[in-house]
Design a protein around this ligand. Structure first.
Ligand code: AP5
Ligand code: MG
Length: 192
């Protein structure tokens, strides 16, 4: 089993690259952002609670997202592997994920960290905001999301660095060039 964490700040291309990765390597895509937006649009109790945080650009409480991940893993017991996109986002989430995967005897294989400059992140998210309809793609909320990233999510990369699982990828440049860099890394672990 191959378990990949695609790590990076808001706008670094996690969602974009996940689409090509799941297609090539037949992995199950687990995006907490997508799962949460789905709950919001279905107006579930979880969604209504999560929306308060998302609209402000703040992280949703750990127990909410950890519960969603646990359900998703249980629903896909036959998977070749998972790609975690936008999760884990705090050290507590990373520890919880390790515990869930250890229980299933399939630890995280590698963490690919997309590096993109802050100016480029803002530029990408502002222009996506013009078409996406996402409630958090406006200048004020983007700034808050990037601040949350530095305060709570950046430490997750140290967590994986200490475990020797972190590989940095240049996330700037053409989407296809970034995908080639990612594929080269994945291919050191599995052959598609
Ligand atoms: P989430 O949905 O995860 O959003 P995010 O991390 O802020 O990241 P984005 O989805 O905006 O960016 P991305 O890296 O996927 O980039 P993308 O490929 O779209 O989270 C939203 C909210 O949900 C959070 O704020 C929080 O409230 C909550 N949440 C989610 N997970 C949580 C968790 N685990 N714990 C707690 N709360 C959680 O690309 C961005 C744009 O750039 C696109 O328009 C794309 O076309 C473009 N682009 C991509 N690559 C390139 C390239 N190489 N060159 C030019 N443009 C590019
Ligand atoms: Mg995304």
């Amino acid at each position: 089993m191959f378990n990949l964490v695609l790590f990076g700040p808001p706008g670094s291309g996690k969602g974009t690259q996940s689409i090509s990765i799941i297609e090539k390597y037949k992995l199950i895509h687990v995006s907490t952002g997508d799962l949460l937006r789905n709950e919001v649009s279905n107006e579930t109790p979880l969604g209504l609670e999560a929306k308060k945080y998302m609209d402000l650009g703040m992280l949703v409480p750990d127990e909410v997202v950890i519960g969603m991940i646990s359900t998703k893993l249980d629903e896909n017991t036959e998977a070749n592997g998972f790609i975690f996109d936008g999760f884990p986002r705090t050290v507590a989430q990373a520890e919880a994920l390790d515990n869930l995967l250890e229980f299933k005897n399939n630890p995280i294989t590698v963490v690919l960290s997309l590096k993109v400059s802050e100016n480029e992140l803002k530029k990408r998210l502002i222009s996506r905001g013009e078409v996406s309809g996402r409630s958090d793609d406006n200048e004020e909320v983007i700034a808050k999301r990037i601040k949350e990233y530095h305060a709570k999510t950046a430490p997750v990369s140290d967590y994986y660095k200490h475990k020797d699982k972190l590989v940095e990828i240049n996330g700037e440049g053409e989407v296809s060039d970034v995908f080639n860099l990612i594929s080269n890394q994945i291919d050191t672990f599995i052959i598609a």
